[in-house]
Write a protein that binds this ligand. Structure first.
Ligand SMILES: CCC/C=C/C=C/C(=O)SCCNC(=O)CCNC(=O)[C@H](O)C(C)(C)COP(=O)(O)OP(=O)(O)OC[C@H]1O[C@@H](n2cnc3c(N)ncnc32)[C@H](O)[C@@H]1OP(=O)(O)O
Length: 287
């Protein structure tokens, strides 16, 4: 069975603002890659994040994704300078309905871009070093596992630029960290949350000394996940995301219907036999 240790074998489009590598078979590393602009999120990056995760979702050479930032920090959030071109587009119209149409289209495109991480059935591990600001928090709240470095700082900074966050933080952060009081405090004050507090409140579940050790550990963990049945891992992510937004009974009903099919997969049979006979896990075919 061929595996994609070579990024070219992944066969996904090339991106201007994202760097893609394959550190291990089936493990895809996506880096926000505008280091000279502090990985600030311009219109191209917003579009490319969506395109990238849509492509990885359908790619059977990808079983798990690592998401980090190239250079000094994870991301400085929305690219202020990119907002000038939106301002120019708006200035072409005097009418409120025409202006609203431009803004609505932009907001929903950016929302869909973040949601593409959640819709991607491959688990995504968010790896934050140094600063994770504004849109960066939107982005990582849509990941499945989050780690950071000791120097990490998280900031829901939108109120400081005169806006209510609108692409996911206010919807997902309460579900990630549980305490509505803490979410409210972070969102109303835009204060910095440092790594120990992020760990304590559950925004991340591991803190590493530096970026190198974080990436190395994450590649190891991703490699372990990539060796498991893709039927099992993808079904698990699907069920966790579905259950988050539904009642317990609805979640149970959904997974019963899902597994009435998936328990007939060869992965279930082969993995169960290996467990029962104390044999090493079998290799699983691409999905
Ligand atoms: C529909 C919209 C949906 C999305 C909404 C998202 C909203 C948000 O993301 S709100 C948050 C926006 N971001 C910020 O407010 C971050 C502002 N920047 C900082 O706080 C600091 O720059 C940072 C902590 C990231 C780094 O600090 P450091 O001291 O290391 O660097 P600086 O000297 O401050 O900056 C270096 C140059 O980078 C430019 N820059 C910083 N952030 C941005 C940005 N977000 N967009 C564009 N450019 C940015 C900064 O102006 C400096 O440029 P120069 O003066 O030319 O050297």
């Amino acid at each position: 069975m061929s595996t994609a240790a070579d990024p070219k074998e992944l066969d996904i489009p090339k991106f201007k603002t994202l760097a893609i590598s394959v550190p291990k078979p089936f493990v895809v590393h996506v880096e926000l890659n505008r280091p000279d602009k502090l990985n600030s999120m311009n219109d191209t990056m917003w579009h490319e994040i969506g395109d990238c995760f849509d492509a990885l979702n359908g790619n059977d050479n990808c079983r798990i994704v690592l998401l980090s930032g190239a250079g000094k920090l994870f991301t400085a959030g929305l690219d202020f300078k990119g907002m000038v071109s939106i301002g120019e587009q708006l200035s072409q119209y005097e009418d409120v309905a025409r202006r609203c149409k431009i803004l609505k289209e932009m907001i929903t495109t950016y929302q869909n871009s973040i949601t593409s991480l959640e819709k991607c059935v491959k688990p995504v591990i968010g790896l934050v070093h140094n600063a994770c600001i504004g849109g960066g928090v939107d982005l990582i709240t849509a990941t499945d596992i989050r780690y950071c470095t000791e120097d990490a700082v998280f900031q829901v900074k939108e109120v400081d630029i005169g806006m209510a966050a609108d692409v996911g933080t206010l919807q997902r952060l309460p579900r990630v960290i549980g305490s509505m009081s803490l979410v409210n405090e972070l969102a109303f004050t835009a204060r910095k949350m440092l790594a120990p507090e992020a760990n304590e409140c559950g925004l991340v579940n591991r803190v590493f000394k530096d970026k190198e050790s974080m990436i190395a550990s994450a590649i190891g963990i991703a490699g372990e996940i990539a060796e498991k049945s893709p039927v099992a891992v993808q079904g698990t992510k699907r069920s966790i995301v579905y259950s988050r937004d539904h009642t317990v009974q609805e979640g149970l009903d959904d997974i019963a219907i899902w597994n009435q099919t998936m328990l007939q997969s060869e992965d279930f049979m082969n993995a169960s036999v290996a467990q029962a006979t104390k044999s090493p896990p079998p290799p699983f075919a691409k999905l």
